[in-house]
Each structure stands twice: as C-alpha cells, then as structure tokens.
Design a protein around this ligand. Structure first.
Ligand code: MIG
Length: 660
C-alpha cells in the first residue's frame, strides 16, 4: 500500500514512473512543520535501513546523512554525502514502513544523530513528494517501492566478467600490456577500462591520435581476444574553439547558464568547461548522440564520471580566494589565518555556493541548479542510455555512472566511487549493497583493491574474495598509487584462482541478478530481511545473502585467519582454494568461529539449496553452461535464469531451467 503526499510545488524528478494519486490525508508516522522538516519518534530498538550510497552501517541509526551528490574521495565515518542521493528508508520495529523523500535538492537525514530516538528529515525547501509504503515485511516494502520506480538496468552478459582498470593507462601499449599479462598469467578477463588519458586534452568524444593511433583496430583486436574496452565520459565539456561538442553546445544553448544568460564556466580536468544542461531533453538527445563517435569504433560500454557535477573551482571563487590568500600571507600568518587559508583552498572543490550560480532551462523556465542538483548525474546516464537505444537498438550497452538519484537505476549501474585501499572499505562497500538494491541499483560494485592509496597483496586477496560476488567486478586504482593488476603480486596463482571461481559462479550470479531485476527483489540482502524475527540477524552487519542460495561472510581484517559468523539457520560451509577444490561442512544454526586462510574463499549455502557452478573460462563468451554442476545439499534443485545476454529485452530470450 503506497500513499503519496505532496508538499508545496515539487520539481518532477522522474524517480517514480507509476501514476499514484495524491493523498489528501495527514502524513502518517511523521510530524511536519510545513517548512520541509519531518520528524518521527523511533523506539529504542527500531532499525532504519536504506539511503543507498552512504557511509556507516546497514542500520543507519546514529548519524546524520545528507542527500547532496558530492565528489568526495574521502569515505570516512564522518562523511555525510557521497556521489548519489537515494532518499529511501525503511523503519523496522514497533512500526514498520518505508518512506521515500522525493526531493532533488539538499535533504538532511538526521537519524538519531541530534537526539538518539528522533529521526528528523529536512529538505532545503518545502517542495517535495513523500511516499509512504506499508507492507508485510521489509522485502514486501522494497518490492512495492521498486514497482513504482521501474525496472532496473540490465547490462550485457559480458559485463559480469572481470574488468581491469587504472587511472594511468596512457596509450595503446599500456592497454595491450594489460591484456597480454593477464593472458599469460592465465587469469580470465572481459574488459579493460580507458580512463581520461585516452582523450585529446580531456575532451569528451575525442581520441588522442598520438596515444591511440587506431582505436578502431585496437577495439577489434581486443574483442577478438574476448576483451571489451570501456572508455570514460566526463560531464564537463572543454571550452575550445573548433571543438564540435563545445561549438554545437554554445550555438544551441545546450549548456547551463549564469543568471545573466551567459554560459556558466567551471573548471575540471580539461580546465575551463561548460556543463551540458542534462535536464533539457534536447541536450540529452544531442549529447547522447555523441556516444556514437565511439560506438562506431566498436565500443560497447561506457562509464560516466564527474557528473555530480564535480567542480574543482569556479574562476570568480578562485580569484576571491587568491586575493584573500595574498592578504592572509602578507603578514605574519598565525593559526587563524593559516586555517582560513587552508580552508579556503580545500573549499574550492565542490563548493556548495557554486551550485547556486547556474541554471537549467526546463520548459523555458530557469531553474536554479542547487534546487535540482541531485538529478544531474541521473540525466547524464539517461542521455546516454536513451540515445544508445536508438544507435544500437539490437543490443545492450554497458553503462555505469558515478553520480545518481533514484530513477538512474533504470538507465545504468553505478560504481561506488573513489574508495581507498583500506581494510574498512571492504566492509563499507558491503554495507552499501543492500541499501543500493533497495533503491533499484543492482548492477553495482566497488573499486576492488581500493582506488586511492597503496594496496597490499593480502588486502587484494581478501577484497577479491568479497568482490567476486558483486555484479560489477572491476579492479581500479588511482594515478600514482601502487600498481595493482593481479599479475603485479608475487602470489599470482591465488588471485588467479579467485577470478576463476568468479567465472564458475557467473551463471549463478547472472541468474540471481536477473531474478532480482525481473521480480523487483534485492540480490544483496541483510540477513535480517530473510529472518525478520531473529534479533541476532538484526545485529549482523557484516554478512549478506547473495541471491537466494548463498550467504557471504568475508574476512575484512588484516592478518585475520578467520572470523566469527552467525548462522540464522543450518548452512553448508564451502571452502575453496581453487575453482575445482572445495571442502564442505554442514554447520548448525548459531555462532561459529570459521577459519579462512588468506588463499581460501569461504562462503555458505543455505539449508536445502544448491548453487550451479561451471568450468571457468578465459572470458564470459567462452563460458560453457553445459559444464554446470550443482554444489550444495544433495537432492536440491536450482532454477537457473538465462537469456542471450545481449537483447535489450531479456524476456524475449529468457529460459528458466530447472537443475537437479
Ligand atoms: O578527479 O578520471 O571516480 O574512477 O579514475 C578524479 C580519473 C577523476 C574520478 C573517478 C575515478 C577516475 C578519476 N576520476
């Protein structure tokens, strides 16, 4: 049962695509002050789930989160905003309900931060829609919500392969080297990512001819080896005379404007840029069409970056800052001056004031960016998705974006942004997954091995043992950090085995992914979602169900050779060192200490169930579904969902195969 309540005059976000009549009654569960603030009293043991891409636990209680898409490479306990705004929560406890605050500007979720038992949600303006969902259980509430926001994006089958990325691959030689070294190490690989250095001066839809003299040939050669090249596209368009994207954008008023009608200027990678006005359908159509520059070369996947949009600085703020710095540094810099100085420099990036300075043209009306900020990334991915449906109507294209809002899940996946090579970031990624799934983001994953900072071999191994279960499985790292392609480590055979195990599990993961998407369910669930009355399950923050058969409990502490695991029911422990070498053991419900050596993948199969596993292959194109065997409880069955992996509508080729 879903009810929609309207406050003021909300901007249509397109998050919800089903018509729901507005309810005239009083908003349940919350008191409102009529100014955009909503307060709900929580009982001591209520759990609050949701908010998608945010820091901290699966239970969001005890912190203040802000829905404000932000390019923030420091994902820490005190972080309030990351790249996406996913304003959907479920309160579970004395009263159980779901609530979606559909608001495109800044919105604060104080979940027992100011006062332990008070949840206060406040939007910058009282112009929003609030949806309240009553249901039988968390799963039922999620299903109802997902039915009104539309079906999640399904990537091509090959996107479930392993991908290697690094910000730092400079040219064709670097890319070929990655492919060759993976091949000679015997590690399966389906994709290599092109970061900003493939472009000419960071200009979207250009290719640097010196570094990549014949990209079309490279794409073809790679594809013959089963590897897809996936280029990055940034939001900002470089200001440069003679550059078609810039010139067409200016001529047709496709860019965001200042109040005076001039094109707004921000600075990002390419230096000075204009930002395409993705809220304008004409801009979306025009920009989306540009992806054909690359699809013509055989490219069939993209990642969209910097689309919060990230702004390193604006020229006027930089000028002001420089002036102030001169003043501060001219005398004897004391502590106050010093902190003002460092604060001003740090405050240039993503300064909230800059988002007040530009406008979108929505049906001829000028809309201030900060009122619709959280929709920008979603509409960039929408632009690509909708255009590619026309350019390549016969097939799915891989897309994932950094920034998102609910609704973006229909157009592409997301990756979890610039994490670090920290042990805590394995857990952080894991805790975000169910919250993302609640909001429809099923094709997701993190930068495996960590993006910022230097990784270590043991961290990489543990990370692989977690990430090999996530739909998007990509090793990515930042320029200047320790190289972390798997062949860089001493113990290549152990990492290689983890990738092979991934490939063995792809039929299962893809099948469970399809089930989650087609049935509006969650692929990754807190264990409490399946055991709602079990208090121990509710307390379990570091285990998840992956589909209906598997429970994962990864090791995420350095030097740990095992961990405590809670089993809400009897399960089968599976320990694997190689794809074809496993031990199994049935464990009763309860708490267990489980050994897991560094080279061992440990996971669990639920009571009475079995998981299909195939022979690993060099890449997804060579996966042999005939080699599938069931691993798990004897006499159990598995229903395998399978399609041709490429047609836009999976239902056209969907097969449901009963395995036993
Ligand atoms: O400001 O393109 O999150 O994945 O490697 C950094 C360079 C810009 C941020 C992305 C990251 C990517 C990097 N980008």
């Amino acid at each position: 049962m879903i009810k929609k309540y309207i406050f003021g005059n909300p901007f249509p976000t397109d998050a919800v695509i089903k018509d729901i009549e507005k309810s005239e009654g009083k908003l349940p569960y919350f008191e409102t002050d009529g100014k955009g603030s909503f307060t709900c009293e929580l009982s001591e043991n209520d759990v609050v789930y949701g908010l998608g891409e945010q820091v901290r636990g699966i239970n969001k209680r005890g912190w203040e989160y802000i829905g404000w898409n932000y390019d923030n490479p420091n994902h820490q306990e005190d972080t309030r905003s990351l790249y996406g705004a996913h304003n959907f929560i479920i309160v579970q406890g004395e009263k159980t309900f779901g609530a979606f605050f559909d608001y495109a500007g800044k919105i604060v979720f104080d979940i027992g931060y100011t006062k332990r038992n008070i949840m206060n949600i406040r939007a910058d303006k009282n112009d929003l829609a609030v949806y309240i969902i009553d249901g039988e259980s968390e799963k039922d509430i999620v299903k109802q919500f997902r039915q009104i926001i539309g079906r999640s994006y399904i990537p091509p089958f090959w996107a479930f392969g392993y991908g290697q990325s690094r910000w730092g691959y400079k040219n064709e030689k670097d890319i070929k080297e990655v492919a060759e070294k993976y091949k000679s190490a015997g590690i399966p690989l389906d994709s290599i990512y092109l970061d900003i250095d493939y472009m000419e001066r960071y200009k979207d839809f250009t290719v640097d001819k010196e570094r990549f003299p014949d990209l079309e040939k490279l794409v073809r050669d790679m594809k013959n080896d089963g590897i897809h090249l996936v280029p990055i596209i940034d939001a900002g368009v470089r200001i440069e005379e003679g550059y078609d994207v810039y010139e067409e954008g200016v001529e047709n008023n496709y860019f965001c404007k200042n109040a005076d009608g001039e094109n707004f200027v921000g600075a990002v990678w390419p230096g000075r840029v204009h930002f395409p006005d993705f809220l304008n359908p004409k801009t979306r159509e025009w920009f989306g069409e540009k992806y054909s520059v690359l699809t013509k070369l055989g490219i069939d996947g993209f990642w969209n970056d910097m689309n919060e949009p990230a702004i390193f600085y604006t020229e006027d703020r930089l000028a002001e800052t420089l002036e102030k710095i001169e003043e501060l540094t001219s005398g004897n810099m004391g502590i106050d001056e010093y902190f003002t100085f460092t604060g001003m420099v740090a405050g240039l990036n993503g300064n909230k004031g800059d988002y007040d300075k530009f406008y979108h043209n929505v049906d001829g009306k000028m809309i201030k960016h900060s009122d619709v900020h959280n929709l920008y990334g979603m509409n960039m991915t929408r632009s690509a998705f909708e255009a590619l449906q026309k350019i390549e109507p016969e097939k799915r294209t891989l897309f994932f974006s950094r920034s998102s809002y609910i609704g973006a899940h229909r157009y592409g996946g997301i990756w979890q942004g610039d994490n670090k090579s920290w042990w805590s970031h394995i857990l952080q990624s894991m805790q975000q997954l169910p919250a993302l799934n609640m909001s429809g983001f099923i094709f997701t994953g993190c930068d495996t091995g960590g993006f910022g900072n230097d990784t270590t071999e043991d961290l990489m191994l543990r990370w692989l043992q977690y990430s090999l279960f996530t739909p998007l499985f990509r090793n990515h790292s930042a320029d200047g950090t320790r190289e972390q392609e798997l062949y860089q480590f001493d113990n290549v055979s152990s990492t290689a085995e983890m990738i092979k195990i991934r490939y063995s599990l792809i039929p299962y993961l893809y099948s469970e992914f399809l089930k989650a998407v087609l049935n509006d369910e969650m692929m990754f669930r807190p264990i409490a979602f399946d055991f709602p009355d079990d208090k121990n399950s509710q307390q379990t923050e570091d285990q998840l169900f992956v589909g209906n058969e598997i429970m994962i409990a990864p090791v995420y502490r350095q030097n740990a050779l095992g961990r405590y695991v809670y089993l809400p029911e009897e399960m089968m422990l599976v320990r694997m060192r190689k794809y074809n070498d496993f031990e199994t053991e049935i464990l009763p419900a309860g708490h267990h200490y489980v050994n897991a050596g560094l080279d061992e993948l440990v996971f669990f199969i639920r009571k009475g169930k079995a998981v299909p596993m195939c022979e690993p292959a060099e890449n997804t194109a060579n996966i042999d579904f005939n080699s599938i065997k069931l691993v798990g409880y004897s006499d159990s069955r598995y229903e395998l969902y399978k399609d041709n992996g490429i047609s836009p509508n999976p239902e056209e080729s969907l097969e449901i195969i009963s395995l036993s």
